[in-house]
Write a protein that binds this ligand. Structure first.
Ligand SMILES: N[C@@H](CCC(=O)N[C@@H](CSC=O)C(=O)NCC(=O)O)C(=O)O
Length: 282
């Protein structure tokens, strides 16, 4: 590690490489942020897959539960997982519910008070974190992919569509496909972005596909058919519809009997790592 701005919270050997958790003072969110990195064995530079986790998760959830390191080590892929929101700011209402506030940053920059100062996860994930990773690890930032789960799947899709030049590969597990049309999204967007729905559309994957057009890469999505949030919150059919309309290449696999948990993610993460690794080689 070379960057002095980072504090290593922990570093341990894992599949021949290093599994680390780091903290730093964030200019985007105005407080201390944590993220985790799996660095494969060797000199690098390694392509980077950023993982965005879902509601209630932290920077550690994916690294602990998905079992991705075995496959990332094999493919020579670095994994980076940020926290899901700022923490420790004592913003009124930040801990009143599990789907808003702490652990629920929705990967956008809030414009409404009292969130606008700290809840700036889009700036954090697309600008500050990549710069920090580039300065501190043997990362090849010309080869980046993005993936995530649920709220993080929404983040992966929308950030890829809003920053098309950055990501070479995109995938998601059980993403919130159309947040302007589900309770989680309506609650988050009205709180963070206000009542003007035209601003919500800028953070909705289906709306972004229609307004900005398809990504050059194929999107891989896995969705469990026994997911408890499928009908009310996730609505993958709307993503299929939007993708079809604009000619977006999308492989959406409905996985029979799987729910919303990290057991589902653990089952199919190998395919997603391979999907990203192949795009990085291309
Ligand atoms: N606490 C909630 C359940 C929260 C939950 O299921 N979180 C998901 C992401 S949901 C969408 O973003 C998650 O990934 N949880 C972490 C895990 O380890 O499973 C409730 O009480 O229902």
């Amino acid at each position: 590690m070379t960057a002095t701005a980072l504090t290593a919270v922990s570093e341990q050997k894992c599949f021949g490489g290093t599994m680390g958790v780091y903290s730093h003072a964030s200019t985007s969110t105005g407080g201390t942020m944590r993220f985790s990195v799996f660095r494969p064995q060797g000199e690098g530079p390694f392509p980077v897959l950023t993982w965005l986790a879902g509601l209630t998760c932290t920077e550690e959830t994916f690294m602990i539960k998905a079992g991705a390191q075995r496959f990332a080590a094999r493919e020579g892929l670095m994994l980076v997982a940020p926290d899901t929101s700022p923490r420790g700011h004592d913003v009124p209402g930040e801990a009143e519910s599990w789907d808003f506030g702490v652990g629920a940053g929705f990967y956008l920059d809030a414009t409404e008070e009292p969130w606008a100062r700290h809840w700036r996860m889009e700036s954090y994930v697309t600008q500050e974190l990549p710069a920090l990773v580039e300065a501190s690890f043997p990362a090849d930032m010309s080869r980046q992919g993005i993936s995530g789960h649920s709220m993080g799947g929404h983040g992966a899709l929308t950030l890829a569509l809003r920053h098309k030049e950055r990501w070479r590969s995109v995938s998601a597990f059980a993403p919130i496909s159309a947040p302007t049309q589900c309770p989680w999204g309506e609650k988050a967007f009205s709180g963070y972005l206000g009542q003007d729905r035209s601003r919500w559309a800028e953070h909705d994957a289906c709306e972004l596909l229609r307004s900005r057009g398809p990504l050059p890469c194929e999107i891989l999505v896995d969705q469990g058919t026994a997911d408890q949030f499928l009908e009310r919150e996730l609505k993958p059919g709307l993503l299929e519809e939007a993708a079809r309309e604009v000619g977006q290449r999308l492989t959406l696999r409905r996985q029979e009997g799987y729910d919303h948990s990290y057991w589902f993610i653990q089952t199919f993460i190998e395919h997603h790592i391979a999907h990203h690794a192949q795009a990085m080689r291309g």
